[in-house]
Design a protein around this ligand. Sequence first.
Ligand SMILES: [Zn+2]
Ligand SMILES: [Zn+2]
Length: 183
Amino acid sequence: MPDIQIPNSVIVALQIFLAFAAAFMIALWVSMIIWTFRDVRSRSRDVFAILLATLMVVVFGPLGLLLYLLLRPRETLAEIYERSLEEEALLQDLEERAVCPGCRRKIETEWQVCPDCHTILKKTCLNCGQLLHLRWNICPYCASPAVDLTGHDDHRHDEYVEEEVPVEEVREAEPSPPNTEAF
Ligand SMILES: [Zn+2]
Ligand SMILES: [Zn+2]
């Protein structure tokens, strides 16, 4: 082996370069760990899963990160929450879009009568003119009694509803319980 003389300055420069490279690698490693920890925490509440994912990157570094990216939950918790809100809003929209209890066609909430089968859908308050549900015996807008509109003296809405449509169908279209006892 020939004795190769390496200038001292080259060795120092090499050492400095290696030190920087090592420092950068460590910083990169730590950054990956922190990123993974934050990312998995935004996607899972499971402490075990959070620990496992973070540990995977601590031990395997870039390879662990690759594994984590393959295995991580597709949606973040915030996205899941948002989606559930949207679904709820959609459901509410569907519920509010009522159907005629007589002919099952779609009806608008402001309609008083079904244009297809002439089933009476709403009544108007004699005092303020607002649209009221058939089963309401008091106007929620002006608090005046609405029983006189039914043409009955008794307050039981079931008997009144039977005149228009079968009770079963009305209950399907209007899932809220009758509240005639409250007044
Ligand atoms: Zn109808
Ligand atoms: Zn009224």
